[in-house]
Design a binder for this molecule. Structure first.
Ligand SMILES: Cc1ncc(COP(=O)(O)O)c(C=O)c1O
Length: 410
């Protein structure tokens, strides 16, 4: 366990601490959850810190990126671009060109226009690329989690559109379609939901492949593996997913060759949420009309929880996480920004509360720093500290830097 007090003292707050031992544990748990031989893609959108990418890459994870910046993080972590799957709608010719120049050869195509753009970029670079077709399944299996497809969506080809239009479509010459990509939902806590969605994806892939003659060499079933966000708690364990997936594969792809299709899964939050702890200091405790406010030295500029999406942050800290003993009190945790929306938690119960206290917000390794309003009010970005076996390995701080027009062209 990292010495959080010493880290706060040495590097100041706000600061994120990522414990690589816990990252490794999450990876091991996910490997055990999935059918043997499955590929696990780490989704950098959850946290692009190169030290996390390096450790996961070292454990055998592949890397799912959706931007030039995420690809740069992969390369900064010393990982091979050949282990990258490049996903996302609206890929620009410039970013596709950059990805190809860096050696990326596997893309997820989200639409006919997207596959044409991928083909055109490959053509310009005189290379061949592999593509998965991202599919928006005809309906949703239901259950918990945030839905991405299975409804009207900007993501993927609608299943029925593929069925109707693929036969007349000629994929660009440099593109080889190798299979399908699904990502129907994220953060599904219950196992039945996950299994239903993945079973539906396997069925769709089998039907599309059989009816349209699309090769099924690689089948990316996405993920949706859940993790707590900025509240105490632990990751769910999906104890029967492996067996359930095996059954679904036997049902829908009974005549598959050994090892084909190669199965792939994607995960951001499950892999990295638990390894992160956010340390933030109490600057002041004030009362206003009978309500207590703990004013912190950072708020949604450092722990934003995708705050631009308008969702309320759930932040809460365990009784031990003020690091002190004292009578229990209840306060709103608010940041220093000039907006009443800068509120990390409402009516949070704490063990005593005094200016100078350092709060430890658990489970903040995913969608923490880089999902925050980093530029708003131009405050310094929180530092990030990497810990392994209880020892600090490295410390860094992201910076927002203004570049001039000349520098932009370089
Ligand atoms: C295509 C895709 N892959 C992976 C992820 C990562 O999701 P999570 O962090 O919930 O595992 C997302 C999240 O939205 C996604 O859209």
């Amino acid at each position: 366990m990292p010495d959080f007090d010493a880290i706060a003292e040495r590097y100041g707050t706000p600061v994120y601490v990522y414990d690589l031992d816990r990252l490794e544990q999450a990876h091991d748990d996910l490997v055990r959850t999935l059918p043997m031989g499955s590929l696990i893609y780490y989704s950098l959108k959850a946290n692009p810190h190169p030290a996390l990418v390096r450790r996961l890459g070292g454990l055998g994870a592949r890397l799912e990126v959706s931007s030039a910046g995420e690809l740069a993080a992969v390369l900064a972590a010393g990982q091979s671009s050949r282990n990258v799957l490049y996903t996302g709608p609206g890929k620009t010719p410039a970013e596709l060109g950059g990805a190809l120049a860096a050696g990326v050869r596997l893309f997820s195509a989200e639409s006919f226009a997207d596959i044409r753009r991928i083909g055109a970029a490959a053509d310009r670079h005189s290379v061949r690329v592999d593509c998965l077709l991202r599919v928006n399944a005809p309906d949703a299996a239901g259950g918990s989690g945030l839905r991405m497809t299975g409804t009207s969506s900007q993501f993927g080809f609608d299943y029925e559109q593929l069925m109707a239009e693929w036969a007349a479509f000629r994929p660009p010459a440099p593109v080889s379609v190798r299979g399908f990509h699904f990502f129907p939902l994220t953060n599904a806590r219950d196992e039945a939901t996950l299994l239903d969605e993945m079973t539906q994806s396997i069925r769709c892939a089998a039907q599309l492949s059989q009816r349209l003659g699309i090769p099924l060499e690689l089948l990316d079933l996405g993920g949706g593996f859940a993790a707590p966000y900025a509240v105490p708690g632990s990751r769910p364990q999906y104890t029967s997913l492996r067996a359930g997936l095996q059954e679904a594969l036997d049902t829908w792809l009974p005549e598959r060759d050994k090892g084909r299709p190669l199965l792939a899964f994607e995960s951001g939050r499950y892999l990295v949420a638990e390894c992160g702890t956010f340390l933030v200091s109490v600057m002041e405790v004030k009362e206003s009309r009978g309500r207590a406010f703990a004013v912190l030295d950072a708020g949604i500029n450092a722990l934003g929880g995708l705050s631009a999406t308008g969702r309320l942050l759930p932040v809460s800290v365990g009784p031990e996480d003020t690091g002190r003993q004292g009578p229990t009190c209840t306060a709103d945790l608010v940041g220093p920004l000039c907006t009443p929306l800068d509120r990390l938690g409402r009516q949070v119960r704490l063990n005593g509360l005094t200016p100078g206290d350092v709060l430890r917000v658990p489970n903040t390794g995913a969608y923490g720093l880089t999902a925050s309003l980093l530029g708003f009010l131009s405050r310094p970005v929180a530092a990030e500290v990497i810990v392994s076996s209880g020892h600090v390995q490295e410390t860094s701080r992201l910076a927002l830097v203004r570049t001039t027009e000349g520098e932009m062209r370089q």
